[in-house]
Design a protein. Sequence first.
Length: 125
Amino acid sequence: MGKKPKAKAEEPEKPPAEPAEPWLCGECEQENPAEELACIACEAPKPVSGDGKFEHFAVALVKTCEPVPGKDKLKKLEVDVGSEELLKIVTNASNVKEGSRVVVAKVGAIIDGEPLKKSVAGSPR
Ligand SMILES: [Zn+2]
């Protein structure tokens, strides 16, 4: 009698059927596999808006501007780039104040919720 091997390796959840396209890092132009959420070369976050094109600059309206404690040249901004949430960025531009319009680089500039360590404030060693 035919013994049927049990299906032991159950397939994990299948990804949705959309084709996984590699994306280009806006920071270093590294091509990254679609499943990577950050650049494999420089760890810049994958662009979330649009279809992965170079959309990483936006004109933003500065909503809040406050100094970063301990970093007198740095300011922490919340800017309105037209999306629902304010974008939090850090800048060392001295002429930025509330109500200013600034050009922000979205990729790599987002510090949302994360400690602003690398790429923004220089590397502490
Ligand atoms: Zn990169």
